[in-house]
Ligand binder design. Structure first.
Ligand code: BGC
Length: 906
């Protein structure tokens, strides 16, 4: 017989296993992933004492809400489990907050790594395991951390385009290396190499900012490039935005490129070494790149390559000593907030053409932004020239007139020592076609490819329907975004412009935030918007700003100062962006108030509803002109409304009251000036009605008839839109809001000019600047202003995600903490499917109609809730995935996957 004690022990052991099993399975029910610090995964440079931490929750359970978290932070991942070594332990904090949780521990040291992990509790009694350790690493938190000197090659201080200065330094490392970092920036663009290896995957570094106010530096982990003993670093500096050709001028920020580099090495024995740019570096201008310019391309003579220049033992006797420049400040140095520009798709030619003019042209089948890369074999001195263009003309010849002064041309001279591969370094091109000249026969369809470059934003949205033309439109919108999100949000990526036009950026922001993770990209750009805002409060037309004369304050452009922070807050739930931009928002609204008389803003120069519809022959006045001051007043009101919203979020009650009074007055002035007693607007254009309705400018009792007038107007143009840059983003939203989804679909599906699908039918692979950039007969609308890669009209993407797929946020619960799934089938579509990776996780909304049955599939991320609104087509009752009937037309659900089926009117 078993003794009592042994039985007891046995029972206890059993209990232990049971408890252990319960807690393991409970822990496994919740996993944490996608941990970020300041929107970045394991970032190497954070220059803020209170980084914000976010995580996502994965679980197979339904209806999961986080009820508490605990975060711990330590100097090493091992120390995370040692309570005595922790730098910060948040303790168990009862909250559902899983994004932007502020690190609230002690001061952070420069150039140091901090490991962190988090665990959470949920509303079902589960607790997650601790997440995998993640880290953030600080950059230089104070200017004195920079020991490096700014160095230059005096010969590079030329006004005209010239050869690229190169810098090098050999150095010795005396022990085994444990950790190594390179902190680097430049005036001009840098490309750095260590021991023959290119450092990092970023291009166009240090990026384009308002250089005198903030100049970004980057941090690289160079552990694997370094070795004990002799090492070498080499850096080339291209003109870039700093001193290259921008918008018809050169040397906008200065004419002498400069380099600042600091390598910090920690040996296994704990000792440290710092290698810095200083007077001991050497420089030459006698390398292979004789010209490199953002717009104009690059000239490269491979015979002049300096083989081994970034490796030790290179003979640099011909090189000269650098000049140290102590005048260049350190105080404006900031870590990059934005993701770097990196390479993405590699696109192969789809055909080779000989044009009627006899030109040798390669077609890549996609209008894109980046450069070509080719591998050739030939004799030393043979020269290949490659020009880039977006379109062919009516006759099928290579067409570059729309590039205006931008040459977009590369010239490559062969070395002649076997196989040689080349792509440009400090220049990008917007193109679908390339023309090959010089030693033409060297380039074939097999040895050239196009490399796509853009800011490395994670794709977040997918969108597909049963209509191939709409799918192509979505493709074009996404490619418009890729092409124009190259470090700054540009109007276009090909002609002599490529500037951060504020109006285009605000029009497209919401669509952009569906398609890709644009958080870091816009944090950086908004900092420049704030830095470049004029003392008057006016906001420049382009950011970064560089024109001498104050040019700004245009309605719908300058409002980027209020619109983007608010839309950003909606997309990412980031209160800090509102805190950071609030002062700038206030100044912009004050500017409009200062320039108003009796609350009517009727001063200043405005772009108006840029590129609205104008027929070729306008004898009966069909051009859709909208009074510019009507537009200005509507945007004035909109900006004031956004101030009210921001002030509420930031709990600035006095401001809320102040702006509410202002808003009443601004709207009253609008009605007084631009609305007749019967509710007609002084401009009978679609844009006038769209803005008046979207921004709630009209008294309630005049709105329905204004919407009717809008619809009549659309019909009077034979179901065509006539809106320009400012009316277009809101047009379909207004129609949907006032019950005209059918008209919105008619516009969306319209295939003749002006419409979104006309360019698609004409073979567009990106969004065009003009509704009719290419006429039906193949001729061009204009020579001067005719970009085939301009994202502004792509703003319809926002309506497509929100209405066709039906994924829309709720203002009071930003970042899709609460959201709506309300698809609106229409336009003959039989299915649509979209997903959005939010800061909480993935939302999915897809639907399909087969005969008179409709099925909806929905995914709601953990820690969020969604209201499902069934479409108006619904007849009868809805059944859920478990076969239960749902009688309501709408219902709230927690996280999980759901399926609904029901009958619809045919
Ligand atoms: C740009 C536009 C910009 C506009 C201002 C153009 O040259 O390409 O997209 O917004 O100027 O109206």
């Amino acid at each position: 017989m078993m003794s009592f004690n042994r039985v007891k022990a046995g029972i206890c052991l059993l209990c232990f296993f049971m408890v252990a099993e319960v807690s393991v399975s409970k822990a496994q029910k919740l996993t944490l992933y996608d941990l970020t610090s300041e929107y970045k995964q394991n970032p190497l440079g954070i220059d803020n004492q209170h980084p914000r931490l976010s995580w996502k929750i994965r679980t197979a359970l339904k209806d999961v809400v986080q009820t508490a978290y605990e975060i711990r932070v330590a100097n090493t991942s091992k120390e995370l489990t040692d309570a005595k070594k922790l730098i910060w332990n948040s303790g168990k904090v009862a909250t559902d907050q899983s994004i932007h949780v502020i690190y609230d521990g002690g001061p952070l040291a420069s150039a140091s790594r901090y490991y962190w992990q988090v665990r959470i509790w949920d509303n079902k009694g589960n607790v997650s395991a601790w997440s995998e350790p993640n880290f953030w690493e600080t950059g230089f938190l104070k200017a004195e951390d920079w020991k490096a000197k700014w160095i230059q090659n005096k010969a590079s201080a030329q006004n005209e385009p010239g050869p690229v200065p190169m810098f090098r330094k050999d150095f010795q490392l005396k022990g085994d290396i444990k950790k190594a970092r390179l902190y680097i920036t430049s005036l001009g663009l840098y490309e750095a190499y260590i021991n023959g290896e290119r450092i990092g995957e970023a291009y166009f570094t240090p990026g384009w900012t308002s250089f005198h106010k903030q100049l970004q530096y980057q941090v690289y982990d160079i552990f694997s490039e370094l070795k004990r003993g002799y090492n070498s670093i080499g850096v080339m500096l291209g003109d870039g935005w700093y001193k290259g050709n921008i918008s018809g001028a050169r040397n906008l920020y200065g004419n002498e490129p400069a380099l600042l580099a600091q390598l910090e090495v920690e040996y296994s024995n704990g000792e440290k070494d710092v290698i810095v740019s200083d007077g001991n570096w050497k420089t030459t201008m006698d390398g292979p790149i004789s010209m490199s310019d953002i717009y104009n391309g690059e000239s490269y003579d491979a015979r002049k390559e300096l083989s081994g220049w970034t490796s030790p033992n290179y003979n640099d006797a011909q090189w000269v000593k650098v000049e140290v420049n102590n005048q260049i400040p350190y105080s404006n140095l900031v870590i990059s907030a934005a993701p770097p520009v990196t390479s993405h798709e590699r696109i192969q030619p789809i055909r080779m053409i000989t044009t009627p003019k006899g030109e040798k042209v390669i077609d890549f089948g996609q209008n894109l932004v980046g450069w070509v890369q080719f591998t050739v074999n030939g004799k030393g001195g043979e020269n290949i020239q490659i020009s880039h263009a977006e379109v062919l003309d009516k006759e099928g010849n290579f067409y570059t007139e729309n590039l205006r002064a931008a040459k977009q041309k590369i010239s490559y001279t062969l070395k002649g020592t076997g196989e040689e591969t080349y792509h440009p370094h400090f220049s990008f091109q917007g193109f679908r076609y390339v023309k090959i000249e010089g030693a033409k026969e060297k380039i074939t369809e097999d040895n050239i490819e196009a490399v796509v470059l853009h800011s490395n934003m994670r794709p977040t949205g997918t969108f597909e329907t049963s209509n191939a033309l709409i799918n192509q439109l979505q493709h074009n919108i996404q490619w418009g975004q890729k092409g124009n999100f190259l470090d700054v949000p540009t109007d276009c990526p090909q002609r002599d412009e490529r500037l951060g036009w504020t109006g285009d950026a605000q029009a497209f922001f919401n669509t952009a935030a569906y398609n890709m993770d644009v958080a870091g990209f816009f944090i950086k750009w908004l900092k420049d918007l704030k830095a470049d805002q004029f003392a008057s409060g006016s906001v420049p037309h382009v950011i970064p700003y560089f024109w001498e004369r104050e040019q700004g304050g245009s309605a719908g452009w300058a409002d980027a100062a209020t619109i983007i922070p608010w839309d950003f807050y909606q997309a990412f739930g980031d209160r800090k962006i509102l805190e950071d931009q609030y002062g700038s928002m206030v100044k912009w609204v004050q500017f409009m108030t200062d320039n108003s008389t009796d609350y009517l803003w009727s001063k200043g120069w405005h772009f108006g509803d840029w590129l609205f519809y104008i027929p070729n022959d306008d004898r009966d006045g069909r051009a859709a002109i909208t009074d510019k001051y009507l537009i200005a007043q509507a945007f004035y009101a909109h900006s004031v409304q956004l101030m009210i919203n921001a002030a509420k979020v930031l709990d600035k009650q006095e401001d809320v009251a102040k702006y509410e009074t202002l808003l009443k007055n601004v709207k009253a002035a609008f009605v007084n000036e631009f609305v007749t007693n019967s509710g007609r607007l002084v401009s009978s254009s679609q844009t006038a009605y769209v803005l008046a309705l979207h921004f709630d400018m009209l008294p309630e009792n005049k709105r329905a008839q204004a919407a009717e007038r809008l619809v009549e107007n659309i019909k009077s143009y034979d179901n065509h839109l006539t809106t320009g840059f400012l009316g277009t983003p809101y047009l379909c939203h207004v129609l949907s809001r006032f019950g005209y989804d059918d008209v919105a679909y008619t516009l969306l599906l319209q295939e003749t000019y002006p419409s979104w699908l006309y360019p698609v039918k004409m073979g567009a692979t990106t969004i065009w600047e003009r509704w009719d950039g290419l006429k039906p007969d193949g001729s061009f609308q204009s020579k001067e202003m005719n970009s085939f890669n301009h994202y502004a009209y792509g703003a319809i993407g926002d309506w497509m995600y929100k209405n066709i797929a039906g994924i829309r946020g709720i203002e009071s619960a930003p970042a899709y903490k609460n959201f709506i799934i309300a698809p609106k089938p229409g336009g003959g579509l039989t299915k649509a499917s979209a997903s959005l990776e939010t800061v909480y996780g993935k939302i999915v909304s897809s639907w399909e109609i087969t005969g008179d049955n409709m099925q909806m599939d929905v995914e709601v991320p953990p820690n969020t809730r969604a209201q499902i609104v069934f479409p108006d087509l619904l007849t009868g009752t809805v059944k859920n995935e478990g076969g239960q009937s749902i009688t309501d037309k709408a219902l709230w659900v927690g996280s999980g996957k759901y399926q609904f089926t029901f009958k619809v009117k045919e």
